[in-house]
Design a protein around this ligand. Sequence first.
Ligand SMILES: Nc1ncnc2c1ncn2[C@@H]1O[C@H](COP(=O)(O)OP(=O)(O)O)[C@@H](O)[C@H]1O
Ligand SMILES: [Mg+2]
Length: 249
Amino acid sequence: MLVEVRDLTKIYVTGKVEVGALQGIDLDIEQGEFVAIMGPSGSGKTTFMNIIGCLDRATAGTYMLSGQHAEGLNDDQLAEVRGQQIGFVFQTYNLLRQATALQNVELPLQYARVRNRRQRALEALAKLGLADRAHHLPSELSGGEQQRVAIARSLVNEPSLILADEPTGNLDSRTGAEVMDLFCQLNQDGITMVLVTHDAGVASYARRLVQFLDGKVVSDEGVNGNGEMESGWKPDPREEGDAEGGETD
Ligand SMILES: Nc1ncnc2c1ncn2[C@@H]1O[C@H](COP(=O)(O)OP(=O)(O)O)[C@@H](O)[C@H]1O
Ligand SMILES: [Mg+2]
């Protein structure tokens, strides 16, 4: 099992106020899955992604990544796990604004102290169709291009898991669809994808849909993964799945 989460709890304490952002999440994700997470704002999706991405720690419960417990790891060890196994894609791209596309993509390799950084970063950019944009600054790129740079950055370490939190949130629907097609391709290459979105059309690219509400998982079901769902689609238990795939519960 790639991701194994048991009774995961996160409580944020701000002054005297405690927020139970995650209230006992149980979730397993196998290598090669493509999972979409949906749920209203404040339901704990980003908190969950941060914890499985080893960017933050749970208050209670257990998280195992590739069979290794994350609870006992110190900050350096968490950073090492991130660098070796996880790629991140964010809604706002999170590129360094003073750095070129190439330098942005090289960054994770710098942290990992690997050789051939330039070569590998160029290859990742080329894979995303951005070879001719390598020396551009983010401000010289369109939103879709910036997100593709961010995806190249997430890929360059050859992670087993890519975590994408609202990756299409700032993109127009056509560019968003291109990004989703890319994620499907990466998933077919064997990378496990976990994607947060509030757009059911985006979620329909996944093979599995997990719904969060108030820090809990309230639904977990297979979907077709054909990216053909209309935006605004709501899961309806009475609805038949499309013939192809036929995994809809
Ligand atoms: N760093 C933080 N400090 C305090 N409360 C937080 C913090 N991050 C998130 N929260 C709270 O935790 C809950 C879940 O937030 P979040 O995981 O961001 O939800 P989502 O991504 O589903 O919108 C919300 O009530 C939010 O206000
Ligand atoms: Mg969020």
